[in-house]
Every structure is written in structure tokens, then in C-alpha cells.
Design a protein around this ligand. Structure first.
Ligand SMILES: [Zn+2]
Length: 431
């Protein structure tokens, strides 16, 4: 079962860490050329027919995913299948904690199988059809299984917590779970770059030592000291470009996907890293964690009200009478997907776009290199098969980053240092 909203939430949060300028990138630099006038102003490229096709079919897939995220939990509930899974779990153990854990294992395995054809198409077949992926089928499958196992372990260890709140405090559980979301997200973000991400790829030292020195010098100028630079072999999976700055104290790290090193020239890379350092220094991760926790809190409250009404009406078909029954999990997922779509996604995207814009501004101020910032975005557009000017609905529901056309134009225009104006983030820079 797809946790459509939760998945996109985590994507957004991890994106903040950040999958920078990159996000949906793939490389077809042959099909888009960088054009600039004598002043260095870079034109927003017209997307290729292939890019527009990828954009349109992506929108259809997106609508399909939303409906899928509603349909599957509805089937689990109205056929009484969820209650049946709970009965299986109860046959294996009588202990409350274990019933929840065992239910979750069954539920995850069944959902994985149901979703497998869709995941295969979206993550593997479609990406290959558009020339955006380098992944072998074996790697895709093993990555999917690792994700499944990690998900089962995390669910087994933590899912009892919200159910304990549901049991002990049927009226206020949404408040406690909502408040608990912030430390849980914090823990996830702290742990995943160090223990989870290396399960999927190799994080090695930078091969180009001269470039590494320049990156560390930029970091130092931004006031980030004592960080390590890692190069990830992401080219085995995707043609996407990405880099991020994450970690605390001894785990502080600048991570660059090898694709990014291959496709971007040095000044472009410096702008991208300046953008990422902006996220890090301006505390965007914290802002996102608190903002999303608040949105989740509101969503849980609405889900709480709706769940009571739905259970009251359909308890005989659902096969459970209280939300604190673990068989209610598909109902909670259904409601979070539904209200998350209405609230979390559009509001979260709006907030994320504002932070991304700030990071772009930071990257420009520290590099003062308008031309290379703009060409970095053009490369992203080319490699991601991006549409620089998508429609309004796309912007509201799907764009966690400012539109590429707007980013290119901003990169061309923003140069307060030429007018002797004060820079917004000057106090962060060491001279
Ligand atoms: Zn960013």
C-alpha cells in the first residue's frame, strides 16, 4: 500500500538535506544547448518534445498514484481483509505489542506484492524508457527489498507508539502522535544519511583532491568547518544530479553524486554546493521538521474526527470497532493520504519552494556567479527532462522547488553586489 503522502513528505524532507537543484534530473545535454547573450544572460530553453511527453505522462501517473493510494486501503477495509490480517497476527501471539508488530509485517509484505507491478513500471521501466536510468533489474530489486526490510524493522519498532496513544487516550491521541512526529523525523534524518543511505550505495572519498580542497574552502567561507566530502556512486542507479550537506558534529558531511561531478563544470558545482550549504546554515531541515509536524498534527486531528464517523457507520464491514485496533491501519493511511493531499502537499510544497528560493539566493550571494548558476539550472532541465514552465496545478501540488524557468531568470537577474547593496546573508560569510 502506498503511503502516498507520507512518502512524498519524506521525500521533501530528505530533499531539504538536500537533493538540491537536482530533483528530477537526467542528462540529454545533446538536445538542449546553453544560449547566452553578451552580458552572460542565459535563455530559458524550450523543452524538447520528449521532455514534454515525460511531463504529461508524469502528470497522468501522479493522478493514478493518488487514486491508487485511496483505492487499495479502501479494499483492505471494506473487504474485511485488514481484520483478517489482525486475526492471523493474534493466532501467532497473544501479546499486544507483538500483535501490532506481526500485523505490520504481514501488511507490509502483502502491500509490497500488490504495489510491485506499479513500482516496477514507475521506478524502473518508465525511467529506462525515457533514458533516465542506469539501474540494472537486479539492483532495482535488491534496493526494493532493502527498503522493504528497513520499513518493516522501523514499523515493528515504532508503530506500537501511536497505537498505545490511541488505546490510552482515544480523544487526544492525535495530539500526542503529532507532537511525537518532530523527534521521530529528527531521528530519521539523523540516522538515514549515516546508516540507511550506505545500504544502497557506496559513499567513498572524493577522487579529485584538488576539487575537494576548493569545496572545503567554500564550506569554510560559509562557516561550515570540519566536514568531510563524500562521492557517491549514484550513477549505477540514475542519471540524476544531486548533492547535499547534512549531519552534526562528527558526522558533518558534504555528499556529491558522481553524476553531478561528471556533468557540471567547477563553477556550476560551486553554485550547487553554495545552495546546499545555504540549506544547512539557514537551518532549513529544522524549519521543515517543525512545519511538517504541525501540518501532520492538523491532518491527524481531521483523521481522528473522520475515523470515528467512518467506524461508526461501517464497523461491521471493517471488522473492528475502535481506531486503537491495529486493523485500523489502512483507515489511518487512507485518511492521511486523503487529507494530506488537500493540506500537507500543497502547503508543504509552498513552504519548501520558499526555502529553496532562499537557498538559491544564498548560493548566488556566496559565489556571485550568475552565469554559472543559470547554466547549472539549464543542465538540470536538460538532464531531468524538465519542463521549465509547468501549469498551475503542477506548481501547487507537485513542485517542491521553484519552477526552473523562474530559477534561471532569478539567477540571471539577482546581483545586488554590483549595485553596492547589502547582501541578505552577508553575516554568514567569512571574508
Ligand atoms: Zn535545495
Amino acid at each position: 500500500m502506498r503511503f502516498t503522502i507520507i512518502a512524498s513528505l519524506f521525500f521533501l524532507l530528505i530533499a531539504a538535506g538536500e537533493r538540491s537543484a537536482a530533483q528530477e534530473s537526467l542528462v540529454h545535454s545533446d538536445s538542449i544547448r546553453i544560449t547566452a547573450d553578451q552580458t552572460g544572460t542565459v535563455a530559458v530553453p524550450i523543452p524538447t518534445e520528449k521532455a514534454m511527453d515525460y511531463y504529461r505522462s508524469g502528470n497522468i501517473m501522479w493522478i493514478f498514484d493518488i487514486l491508487w493510494g485511496i483505492l487499495i486501503p479502501v479494499l483492505f477495509l471494506f473487504t474485511g481483509f485488514s481484520a483478517k490480517i489482525r486475526n492471523w497476527a493474534k493466532k501467532i501471539s497473544k501479546k499486544w505489542f507483538l500483535i501490532i508488530g506481526i500485523y505490520f509485517v504481514f501488511f507490509s509484505l502483502i502491500s509490497f506484492v500488490i504495489d510491485l507491478p506499479l513500482s516496477y513500471y514507475q521506478e524502473f521501466a518508465r525511467q529506462h524508457a525515457y533514458g533516465l536510468s542506469n539501474q540494472t533489474l537486479g539492483k532495482w530489486l535488491s534496493d526494493s527489498l532493502i527498503s522493504l526490510i528497513v520499513g518493516i524493522i522501523i514499523g515493528f519498532l515504532f508503530l506500537w507508539l501511536p497505537y498505545l496513544a490511541l488505546k490510552k487516550s482515544p480523544k487526544r491521541w492525535w495530539l500526542y502522535v503529532g507532537i511525537g512526529t518532530a523527534p521521530f523525523l529528527f531521528l530519521t534524518l539523523l540516522i538515514s544519511p549515516i546508516w540507511i543511505d550506505p545500504l544502497f550505495n557506496d559513499f567513498g572519498p572524493m577522487k579529485d583532491k584538488v576539487l575537494e580542497t576548493k569545496i572545503l574552502a567554500l564550506a569554510e567561507r560559509a562557516g561550515i568547518e570540519g566536514s568531510k566530502v563524500f562521492e557517491v556512486n549514484k550513477s549505477v542507479d540514475t542519471k540524476m544530479l544531486n548533492a547535499y550537506v547534512t549531519g552534526f558534529l562528527g558526522t558533518k558531511r558534504i555528499v556529491i553524486w558522481d553524476n553531478t561531478l561528471a556533468k557540471m563544470n567547477e563553477p556550476e558545482l560551486m553554485f550547487v554546493l553554495g545552495h546546499e550549504m545555504g540549506h544547512y546554515l539557514l537551518g532549513h531541515i529544522w524549519k521543515l521538521i517543525f512545519f511538517f509536524s504541525f501540518l501532520i498534527l492538523i491532518t491527524l486531528y481531521i483523521a481522528h474526527r473522520a475515523a470515528a464517523a467512518l467506524i461508526g457507520k461501517f464497523k461491521h464491514r471493517f471488522g473492528f470497532e475502535e481506531p486503537s485496533d491495529i486493523a485500523s491501519l489502512p483507515l489511518i493511511i487512507l485518511l492521511i493520504n486523503l487529507f494530506g493531499f488537500i493540506l500537507i502537499t500543497p502547503v508543504g510544497n509552498w513552504f519548501s519552494r520558499s526555502l529553496e528560493h532562499q537557498a538559491d539566493q544564498f548560493g548566488l550571494e556566496i559565489t556571485k556567479d550568475n552565469h554559472n548558476a543559470a547554466t547549472a539550472f539549464v543542465k538540470l532541465q536538460a538532464e531531468n527532462l524538465g519542463n521549465p514552465r509547468p501549469g498551475t496545478l503542477y506548481k501547487i501540488w507537485r513542485a517542491s522547488h521553484p519552477l526552473l524557468g523562474d530559477r534561471i531568470e532569478y539567477a540571471n537577474e539577482y546581483k545586488p553586489w554590483l549595485k553596492n547593496e547589502k547582501l541578505e546573508f552577508e553575516e554568514y560569510f567569512k571574508k
